[in-house]
Design a protein around this ligand. Structure first.
Ligand code: PA5
Length: 445
């Protein structure tokens, strides 16, 4: 079943009329997407990826994943931003946020290289002691400092434990097909490589080897993920301008025009927390530029109703919500009957937790709506590979359309360079002497 945008809870607010006003811009965005003619059109490989992927590479990924499962207790994924968030989202969604602690036949999976925290790296290394380990370093550019440092440390650890031949069975690099320091390192050491397609940016790359190798290692069926994305792609393009991803893009722009500058992506399933992190990067990096864009935030309900709920209900009115909702009951747990009923829960004894969650969802939605926070609902059927692929494709297409409507290039991220420039200057990186001088003058003034 395709992903569905449910807008029935919006009521008859101004947003509907305003969304219609963006139709000409949507038509233009759709043309840019279909003809691959918009800004950043050298990064639109993700559009056809679910039907036009390297079959040989996917077969190799499955073989490698099976080998890793057979010879490793721990699989360490090194990457930052688009080079890890999608894989983490998939593993939590398809397996569990507690994946590493549940009983399973597949390796534990740790993500490092997404910060400069030395203690995080050392902790993972200490967890590797006495266990068999494999490593996947993921970096399109091959030069991202966080990942490069973590890989340098991890490589040295792996070298202290394994022979050169064994390292070749245990270290995998996902990077550009031809260039970059990581590609060079991998080739020099004989590590097997996987490709981040040239025409796909990090945050749009989860359905490439970037996401597929770690996802396959956790035991998920990557063919089904690709099939879900392909089915969603077909359904969306077949529906033309009125497709649900485009509708979502229209509403987002209408909300923004109405002063709703913050979108909270919420879910009532904790297993979607990492998906919301992936979504934040997708929309934040794609739209937040040229002084424009919705600030993407996230929440997991009902836990965050006990922390952020007060603000959402009652704080500054600049919010709208998009709830990612599962339509099929995924768990049979029911509220037990208790003779003593000290906790006064017998009025819902026999109700499934799924139904209780549904009531929490509906109750919250109307409370927030009454409080001036309207909600869209994005519906998927169940937590399986097919839905994951479909959700990824839905949000990628919506994001591209929404950014084009907004009038920005969805596929670049010029703002990310600013912190790097200052950090390199402070670290004394060769080539940053002038920046260092200017920055130190500012700091010391
Ligand atoms: O979406 C993006 O392009 C970024 O988030 C990158 O994925 C991130 O900066 C990591 O870059 P790289 O894969 O080159 O190490």
């Amino acid at each position: 079943m395709p992903i569905k945008l449910n807008d029935t809870y919006l009521g008859q607010g101004a947003c509907r009329t305003e969304a219609a006003a963006f139709l000409p811009l949507l038509r233009d965005a759709d043309e840019k997407i279909r003809n691959k003619s918009g800004a950043g059109n050298d990064y639109v490989g993700w559009i056809d990826l679910p039907v036009d992927y390297d079959r040989e590479e996917v077969a190799r990924i499955k073989k490698t994943a099976a080998a890793i499962q057979a010879h490793s207790d721990i699989f360490v994924v090194i990457g930052i931003g688009g080079s890890y968030l999608g894989a983490k989202a998939a593993i939590d969604f398809l397996r569990s946020p507690n994946y590493n602690t549940i009983r399973k036949r597949t390796p534990d999976i740790y993500f490092i290289g997404n910060s400069f925290s030395g203690s995080e790296i050392l902790e993972v290394i200490s967890l590797c002691e006495g266990k068999d380990v494999s490593v996947n370093v993921v970096s399109k550019s091959g030069t991202t400092t966080e990942s490069a440092i973590a890989f340098r440390v991890m490589l040295s650890y792996m070298q202290s434990r394994y022979s050169k031949d064994e390292l070749r069975r245990r270290i995998f690099a996902t990077t550009d097909a031809h260039t970059g320091a990581l590609k060079q390192l991998a080739d020099e050491n004989g590590f097997e490589t996987y490709v981040v397609p040239e025409d796909i940016g990090g945050r749009f790359s989860v359905l490439s080897a970037v996401g597929l190798l770690p996802i396959a290692v956790c035991g998920a069926d990557i063919d089904k993920i690709l099939a879900g994305a392909a089915a969603e792609r077909e359904a969306l393009f077949a529906a033309g301008l009125s497709n649900d991803a485009y509708k979502y893009a229209l509403y987002r722009n209408a909300f923004l025009a109405d002063g709703k500058e913050v979108e909270i992506l919420c879910s009532y399933e904790p297993a979607l927390r990492s998906l919301t992190e992936w979504w934040k990067q997708l929309f934040g990096e794609s739209e937040g530029k040229d002084g424009k864009g919705i600030f993407p935030a996230s929440a997991i309900f009902s836990t965050d109703l006990h922390s952020m709920g007060q603000y959402i209900q009652d704080g500054r009115r600049m919010l709208f919500e998009t709830v990612v909702r599962q339509t099929e009951c995924g768990c049979a747990l029911k509220v037990p009957y208790d003779e003593a009923d000290v906790d006064k829960l017998n009025y819902i004894a026999g109700e499934s937790l799924f139904d209780v969650n549904e009531k929490a969802f509906l109750g919250t939605l109307y409370a927030h709506r009454d409080g001036g926070v309207p909600s869209l609902v994005v519906e998927y059927e169940r937590r399986d590979e097919f839905s994951f692929g479909a959700l990824v494709y839905f949000f990628c297409l919506a994001c591209a359309a929404s950014a084009y409507i907004l009038g920005v290039n969805p596929f670049n991220q010029p703002g990310v360079e600013a912190y790097k420039k200052n950090m390199f200057a402070l670290l004394g990186k060769p080539g940053y002497e002038k920046e260092r001088e200017a920055l130190l003058a500012k700091i010391n003034s």
